[in-house]
Design a protein around this ligand. Structure first.
Ligand code: SF4
Length: 577
């Protein structure tokens, strides 16, 4: 009998059940229920809400207890994905989401949309521009958003469109145009026209260009939102949850309000002595959103800006209001996701995720980070990816990336890449841990290639093959049965291959044959090594111009791929000299 007991298993994360790992320790999937894919609850965590979007139908709708579908008043024409789902209709967008995810049927996607636990941000105008529909919800793989947008100090439309292409290249699932400078309208239009992923915005930014926040009025708010909806924006952040009565809570904070939208609206409220206009106009805003099927991303204007302010009275009071706004938007037939923090100590992340699940009845949670420490500016893509992994495991459905430039300046193209990769790691790690079917397949394939020391396959299966190949060749430009990390005689994988009882690299499809000079570096791989600045330009040139013709040794010299203890004569024999 072993001296340990494994926790109860959820489901195996690999659809092929490969390897010896027993599977995910997360809860068994609850598809169609409030937990979807979920971590087990630590002590004291809030239970999921017993309500869904079904409890917040428009007042003149009815739900048929036999079919489970809703019926609308005569003459009603559904527009949003939520309305179609409630009526039992599977849209082409729902079919596409099911096709992309693989583990859900179109009917399951419809059912999750109807429950409000899954959104498909797909503005009709953007669909006409080539949007490829995707879904966000805890029943699906975790999604990643990349922010971009010009500031008054830096960048312009062309640079932002280039960043968009770069974000798509690094597999961002959505992008947000957060421009506050340059020609906002032109940049937004260009991003929508070029984006195959959903585009989100924070419309208050464009409303105050050329005017003081104090001058913002109802007409400008509704006009600004309608204009962007017509342009094709798929989801909008509206900071309607920051209420006048929440503002006293902010006084005790170390860093006040760090959300741009939240701070602007707080200033408006204090100046006018009135309630947040986004809140008072909520029903009118919902009607505009419905007409174009724009999804709400209800903003967290009071998110904490430092660990000291996390999970405080201001943040939680706003979260309760976000729950109320979710219910009201659902009554209008509008799709909703909810935004979350920010800066949160690691131990408080699970509570934050599960409290949102309860207060917002399972509406997808879209979180920024969170950063789990404040003292690493320049590395906040890492501090926040650690928090994002925990957030996704405990319930967040989409992660907003943070780049190395966070808190310091406007991200450049390479920062977009670093942010995307950090967050794809976070999202994927959570998906594997949650036991989403098939999430681990590619990891297992790469493990097989790594075990066989099949470098070509190893890199092919990597998320960033160019960097993996360039780093490998920087030290050893021969694909052989070890790498420069340990060398021949210390390579445990090679030694394991020789131990026939358990034989590493046993999959015939990945078999390794003989050492061969790796292919010449591509321009992209060469640029990676140049940027690292470790090798002299001449060395990089040699790697970039070599051919596959030879195994790598100059006659009379031992090739790099020989054992440290192999004699010169033995080496020459193996080299065929
Ligand atoms: S040399 Fe070391 S790092 Fe490289 S493949 Fe072998 S065990 Fe892995």
């Amino acid at each position: 009998m072993p001296a340990y007991v494994l926790p109860p298993l959820g489901s195996n994360p690999s659809s092929h059940a490969q390897g010896t790992n027993p599977g995910s320790f997360a809860k068994a999937p609850d598809l169609g229920g409030p937990q979807s894919f979920s971590s087990p609850d630590s002590v004291g965590m809030p239970a999921p809400s017993d309500k869904t979007a079904w409890d917040f139908l428009p007042t003149d709708w009815r739900r048929d207890s036999t079919t489970g579908f809703a019926s609308a008043p005569p003459g009603f024409e559904p527009v949003t994905q939520l309305e179609h789902a409630r009526l039992g209709r599977i849209t082409p967008e729902m079919r596409r989401v099911a096709e992309r995810e693989g583990h859900l049927s179109p009917e399951q996607v419809r059912s999750e949309v109807a429950a409000g636990r899954l959104v498909i941000p797909a503005n009709k105008a953007h669909l006409a521009h080539g949007l490829d529909p995707m879904g966000i919800g805890r029943a699906l793989l975790t999604k990643v958003n990349a922010n971009m947008g010009a500031s008054p100090i830096s960048s312009g439309t062309d640079e932002e469109v280039e960043k968009l292409h770069w974000a798509e290249r690094w597999r961002a699932d959505t992008v947000m145009d957060l421009s506050t400078g340059g020609d906002l309208d032109m940049t937004r239009e260009a991003i929508i026209a070029n984006a195959s992923v959903p585009v989100g915005t924070v419309p208050i930014y464009s409303m105050i260009i050329g005017r003081r926040i104090e001058d913002l009025d109802d007409h400008m708010i509704l006009g600004g939102i309608e204009h962007q909806a017509k342009q094709g924006v798929d989801y909008m952040t509206v900071h309607a949850g920051v209420l006048f009565e929440h503002l006293p809570f902010v006084r005790r904070r170390l860093i006040g309000i760090v959300s741009r939208g939240g701070s602007l609206l707080a200033k408006w409220m204090i100046h006018h002595g009135k309630q947040n206009p986004m809140y008072t106009l909520w029903d009118d805003i919902c009607q505009i959103m419905r007409r174009f099927d724009v999804t709400f991303s209800i903003g967290d204007g009071l998110r904490p800006g430092g660990l000291a302010d996390a999970t405080d009275a201001a943040q939680l009071a706003e979260l309760e209001t976000l729950g109320e706004l979710t219910e009201r938007a659902w009554r209008h037939g509008v799709q909703v996701m909810v935004e979350g923090p920010g800066h949160v100590p690691f131990d408080q992340i699970e509570y934050n995720m599960k409290l949102q699940r309860r207060l917002c009845h399972g509406a997808p949670f879209y979180v920024l980070g969170p950063l789990v420490t404040d003292i690493f500016p320049g590395y906040d893509h890492i501090t926040s990816a650690i928090g994002a992994t925990a957030a996704a495991y405990h319930g967040a459905a989409m992660l907003c990336y943070v780049t190395p430039k966070e808190h310091l300046g406007l991200p450049k193209k390479d920062d977009v890449k670093q942010g995307c990769i950090a967050y794809k790691i976070a999202a994927h790690a959570a998906d594997v841990a949650l036991g989403i079917p098939g999430a681990r397949d590619r990891d297992d394939e790469l493990t097989k290639a790594r075990a066989a020391l099949n470098w070509e396959k190893h890199f092919e299966l990597s998320f960033d093959p160019d960097t993996a190949r360039a780093y490998h060749d920087e030290d050893l430009d021969v694909d052989t049965d070890f790498c420069a990390m340990c060398g021949h005689d210390w390579c445990s994988v090679r030694i394991s291959k020789e131990i026939t009882q358990f034989l590493s690299g046993k999959d015939a499809g990945y078999a390794w044959d003989a050492p061969k000079l790796s292919a010449a570096l591509t321009p992209a791989q060469r640029a990676i090594l140049e940027q690292r600045g470790v090798l002299a330009p001449a060395d990089i040139h040699r790697l970039a111009t070599k051919t596959r013709e030879r195994v790598g040794a100059t006659p009379g010299h031992k090739a790099d791929c020989h054992s440290d203890v192999a004699g010169d004569d033995e080496a020459r024999r193996l080299q065929g000299e």
